[in-house]
Design a protein around this ligand. Structure first.
Ligand code: ADP
Ligand code: ASP
Ligand code: MG
Length: 464
């Protein structure tokens, strides 16, 4: 029996027609030795630009929305010419690109007239990126003689709830449908080529799995078909010990555990969604991160066990996209105050990245995703400050959260002191500290302007 793998190509690996052709060539060659399901992201920054189409339409700026759609049409038609050799197949892909972008123009025009883009319409607009790129990828494979079949996420079997913008797959239905539909194609000797990121609700309305969701599409498929491995093809050699754009000496991690990957995802490593890891972890399916620009490199394996040789800490990561709220209450005792604050977060379904409380001075600080700041502030003012008729709320939006991550930190004394010495030596003020209960990470908050320097100092102290 040939081994089944799921290969997902990120937008960076599909930036133009030439790159799509290269990626398709990797698939065609690999098919000699294994079965594959292919998942594609949108080309380059297409999704950002589709979001800009939605934003323009919501302001009634039809001209800008349509202009962007037409640019995208031209770029995708150019990519067709570069990636798809077979004339008949190319004609089919070109008419698909033309028809879909005309449809998108109509959606953008209607939304502009209404000056309204609901979350549902935004998902529809965003879905065009993956549809176009995946069809071109399909065409490139067909031209290479591969018996590829194009499928949109919903057609493949991914059924979600109605949480437009960040929908949740309904399991076990999704697993069952993916297994039936893709399994049938594979047993007929075909190669399914599936749009990442997009899915459909029970009524067949398009939904999306949230930004960066194509990786999740891949692990969902692997889970459902009991694939042997998932390969996420990207533009770096693997998961690295820091964001390579910030730390030039960042190193590729050869092997990390699922738990470490989850911690890293929390802090934005490789734009991974946390839930990407979960289906793979549940079935023990290794995820390999590979570089399309350097396919010979081994990449990183995310699996059950970690690489002990890497030392105590594996990575130093940070996210700017957070804010810190501190609630101080004179009246209440610390414990009751914390309970109230956490209840508000729970009610608003906001998951804090960090929590730190001081019982004696009756204060609690929480670090949250920055886009949630306003709604949480309103909630706290209403439910905590207003209700109690006292207390104080401090809001800091210009902060970044930094995490030092590694399984080796369990039971190794002195890690925290080395972290904070490295930061203090740079004269950087630490605003808050928390150690995760898993002992897989120590995290702290600094002013946003100090984040790069703090990350470099800690990386240098532990990793080099
Ligand atoms: P793709 O389009 O393949 O999904 P992403 O842009 O989502 O790729 O993620 C890859 C990028 O993530 C890399 O180009 C790199 O700059 C960035 N990145 C940030 N932190 C890390 C990290 N710790 N390890 C690897 N890449 C990282
Ligand atoms: N194209 C989508 C995004 O940019 C999904 C993905 O790339 O994973 O978020
Ligand atoms: Mg990504």
């Amino acid at each position: 029996m040939r081994e089944l793998q799921v290969w997902k190509f990120g937008g960076t690996s599909l930036g133009n027609g030439e790159l799509i052709r290269n990626a398709a060539k990797l698939v065609a060659e690999a098919l000699r030795t294994r079965d594959l399901v292919v998942v594609c992201s949108a080309m380059g920054h297409t999704t950002d630009r589709l979001m800009a189409v939605a934003d323009a339409a919501s302001k009634g700026d039809a001209q800008k929305a349509i202009e962007t759609v037409r640019e995208l049409r031209e770029e995708h038609l150019k990519a067709c010419r570069e990636a798809v050799d077979d004339v008949d197949v190319r004609r089919e892909v070109e008419s698909f690109v033309t028809a879909r972008t005309e449809e998108l123009e109509k959606v953008a025009t209607s939304a502009s007239l209404l000056r309204e883009v609901t979350e549902r319409t935004r998902d529809l607009i965003a879905s065009f990126g993956e549809r176009l790129s995946t069809k071109i990828f399909w065409g490139a494979l067909r031209s290479m003689g591969v018996d590829a079949v194009y499928l949109e996420g919903g057609e493949a079997g991914i059924v979600t709830d109605d949480a437009f913008g960040n929908a949740n797959p309904l399991m076990p239905l999704t697993a069952q449908l993916l297994r039936e539909r893709l399994g049938k194609l594979l047993s007929d000797g075909k190669v399914p080529v599936v749009t990442g990121y997009i899915a459909a609700n029970r009524d067949g309305v398009t939904t999306t799995l949230g930004r960066g969701g194509s990786d999740y599409t891949a692990t969902l498929i692997a889970y459902s078909l009991d694939a042997k491995e998932v390969w996420l093809w990207t533009d770096v050699d693997g998961m690295m010990s820091a964001d390579p754009r910030v730390v030039r000496t960042a190193k590729v991690l050869r092997r990390i555990s699922y738990e470490e990957a989850v911690e890293m995802a929390y802090f934005g490593a490789k734009g991974l969604q946390i839930r990407t890891i979960l289906p793979a972890k549940e079935k023990g399916i290794p995820i390999r991160i590979k570089n399309t620009f350097n396919p010979g490199a081994e990449g990183t394996v995310i699996c059950d066990s970690t690489d002990k040789e890497m030392g105590v800490t594996k990575a130093v990561l940070f996210t700017r996209n957070v804010s810190m709220l501190t609630v101080k209450g004179d009246v209440l005792k610390g414990g009751a105050l914390s309970a109230r604050v956490l209840a508000v977060l729970e009610q608003l379904k906001v998951v804090p990245l960090m929590i730190s409380q001081s019982v004696s001075s009756a204060s609690i600080s929480v670090v949250l995703p920055r886009p949630m700041t306003d709604i949480v502030v309103r909630g706290l003012e209403r439910e905590v400050i207003g209700e109690l008729g006292g207390g104080e709320l401090e809001v800091e939006r210009d902060v970044a959260a930094i995490a030092v991550i590694g399984e080796g930190m369990k039971g190794t004394p002195g890690v925290a002191s080395r972290v904070f010495t490295a930061v203090a030596e740079k004269g950087i003020n630490v605003r808050m500290i928390a150690q995760g209960s898993s002992e897989l990470n120590i995290s702290f908050v600094v002013k946003e302007r100090d984040a790069d320097e703090a990350v470099r100092a800690v990386h240098e102290a532990f990793i080099g």
